[in-house]
Ligand binder design. Structure first.
Ligand SMILES: [Zn+2]
Length: 606
């Protein structure tokens, strides 16, 4: 060992340049000043935190070579995402090309209109030097189309000016890959929430974007969340924050990071100055604000309070945790609730959103087979890899997880007479497992610790709830839990509507069954998902999915019809006994007017 190994190592240095906009190629280099003496190993992550699926980002590395002091160094491929360079005694540089044509929040994208990347897609990890300083020189593309481009990222500038190309720095590799970067001619606006600067960055053509409204609404949401976790100090765990948004014709998604979020949304969901925007947000805009609220809540819940297995992350293999109901489900509960507390929507709209979630959870029989703990654990192979059978086989830890949060909140509020709420539990999680363990790898929290903390903070014995609804598959008794608050929850579905009880999609030949619900009319008659229904009682089914409903509307529940369908290229006939519509129509209403009506919207006293 050389004595210099004791000293602070010079930073691992990257350069990234969007080299071929039309060919979607980033050129990347990584220079290691002091490579491992027995041959430096490099690896690209197989997954990105927040999106629990093996994506094998290294498949997009097109060319790779190594050099040291001007001489070419041999690279040995070790597995699908790792390389080892032959030993060298001088600084070692890798040059590689990354293909970036994935328009999602999870990877990298580059063309003449903009560039976007997550570090997990472009920055090779230098094994053994993850804890040291990392810096990256983000270079402007030579293409004249990019002469006016700016850079948006929450990474700290180290030479670059804010929004400029140049050098940025991270304390370690984990931080480097947790600051996605957007470059282009984006719209930009900054507001302060409890004194902290928040940027809104919008890429894509959005005529008459109402940035003022967006600013006002996001500010209210961010302040409500900061106040939830730090009611006394109003201290946010960030120095600044970036909402990085890609607006497209049709899209929806978000990914959380420690000081930013990458979002994709439909252009039509963003507010416009061409219309009066008074009153509550329209449906699409509300969906977008809900997404922003969700990702922002993750700043605390999963980026800092995290499952023990993510402290630290192992990005080469799956990280199994039974706790995603807490990190995604509870975040889903608070995302909409925060819109109420921020004054953006009132209780009637909130109840409508809640009713939809309850309905979506009750829809599939998978809820009776898989617990949210198991759904969390198997997210990698099931929730993230859904197929036509998913409604019959799995439960979403997002939607049922959010109802578990609601059930805990209602239980704690009712049994402590409002003295305690779920907010107190979230704050205790934050104080004990989040706030004081960052920005190191974090401490992480185990299932046992979570369960003990719920009891301790609430002063109740909540084990039964964990057994029945988290480790078990029972439906949540929400109507009963809402009763003490004067809120009535009813299922208003009209069973008189005849139905096949199947998901229906478009097909040039007729109606494609996308899903067949277990025990429903289609299932009992022998129809299968992916069958293409072409006729009902001899009448042609056209390509419009609603045409099936139109044809069935002439029948009663219990009637028999003959359904002709193609399975592969074989025509088959099925005798179907029509059933009543089994889609739940949940509605919530304030049956008894009273002070308790806004209980959920009211933060607890502490
Ligand atoms: Zn989430």
């Amino acid at each position: 060992m050389k004595k210099t190994a004791q000293k602070k190592q010079p930073a691992v240095h990257y350069t990234i340049v969007p080299k071929d906009l039309a060919g979607h190629l980033f050129n990347v280099t990584v220079t290691v000043p002091a490579p491992a003496p027995d041959g430096q190993v490099f690896a690209l992550p197989a997954w990105i935190p927040g999106s629990y699926m093996i994506r094998e980002f290294a498949r997009n590395i097109v060319r790779i070579r190594a050099e040291s002091n001007g001489a070419s160094i041999h690279l040995t491929k070790l597995d699908k995402h790792s390389w080892r360079a032959d030993p060298v005694a001088a600084p070692l540089t890798l040059h590689y090309e990354v293909y970036a044509w994935d328009l999602s929040v999870r990877a990298a994208h580059l063309d003449q209109t903009h560039g976007f990347f997550n570090g997990t897609s472009v920055f090779l990890r230098v094994l053994g030097q993850e804890e040291g300083a990392h810096e990256v020189d983000i270079q402007r593309p030579g293409d004249p189309a990019a002469s006016t481009w700016r850079v948006a990222t929450a990474m700290k500038e180290a030479g670059a000016k804010r929004y400029g190309f140049g050098t940025y720095a991270a304390a370690n590799y984990d931080e480097l890959i947790d600051h996605p970067v957007e470059m282009g001619d984006f719209a930009l606006s900054t507001f302060k929430a409890h004194g902290i600067a928040h940027d809104i960055v919008v890429t894509g053509r959005v005529p008459n974007l109402d940035m003022a409204r967006l600013q006002a609404d996001l500010k209210a949401i961010c302040e409500a969340q900061i106040s939830l976790f730090e009611p006394e100090t109003h201290r946010a765990p960030i120095d600044r924050y970036v909402f990085m948004t890609m607006a497209v014709g049709d899209g929806y998604g978000g990914l959380e990071h420690r000081a930013s979020t990458a979002l994709i949304c439909s252009r039509a969901d963003l507010p416009t100055t061409a219309m009066t925007q008074s009153g509550e947000p329209a449906e699409g805009y509300l969906k977008f604000l809900g997404l922003c609220s969700h990702e922002y809540f993750h700043t605390w819940n999963v980026k800092r309070i995290k499952p023990a297995v993510f402290a630290p992350y192992d990005l080469q293999v799956e990280g199994y945790t039974p706790l995603l109901w807490l990190f995604e489900g509870f975040t889903s509960y608070y995302d909409d609730l925060m819109l109420v507390r921020a004054g953006i929507i009132g209780e009637p709209t909130y109840f409508k959103l809640l009713g939809k979630t309850v309905g979506s959870v009750l829809r599939g029989s998978g809820r009776l087979k898989q617990s949210v703990a198991d759904s969390s654990f198997d997210a990698w192979s099931k929730y993230y890899r859904q197929d036509e059978n998913s409604p019959n086989a799995i439960i979403s830890y997002y939607s049922k997880g959010s109802l578990i949060a609601l059930a805990f909140d209602l239980t704690i509020r009712a049994k402590t007479n409002g003295a305690r709420t779920l907010d107190d539990v979230m704050r205790a999680l934050w104080q004990r497992y989040g706030r004081d363990f960052y920005p190191s790898v974090g401490r992480g929290v185990t299932e046992t610790e979570v369960e003990a903390l719920f009891d301790e903070v609430s002063g109740l014995k909540l084990r039964t709830l964990f057994d029945k609804y988290i480790r078990g598959t029972e439906d949540l008794p929400l109507a009963k839990l809402f009763a003490p608050f004067g809120v009535k929850l009813v299922d208003e579905r009209k069973n008189s509507k005849p139905s096949l009880d199947a998901g229906i999609g478009r097909d040039p030949l007729g109606a494609r069954l996308t899903q067949v619900h277990e025990g429903g009319a289609a299932h009992q008659a022998g129809l299968s998902a992916l069958d293409i229904v072409i006729a009902i009682d001899g009448l042609r089914v056209n390509g419009n999915p609603s045409n099936v409903d139109t044809l069935l509307s002439r029948y009663r529940v219990g009637d028999k019809v003959t359904v002709h369908a193609f399975r592969r290229d074989e025509l088959m006939a099925f005798d179907v006994t029509l059933q009543g519509d089994r889609v739940p129509g949940i509605s919530l209403s304030q049956a008894v007017a009273g002070k308790k009506s806004t209980a959920l919207a009211r933060p607890s006293a502490s």
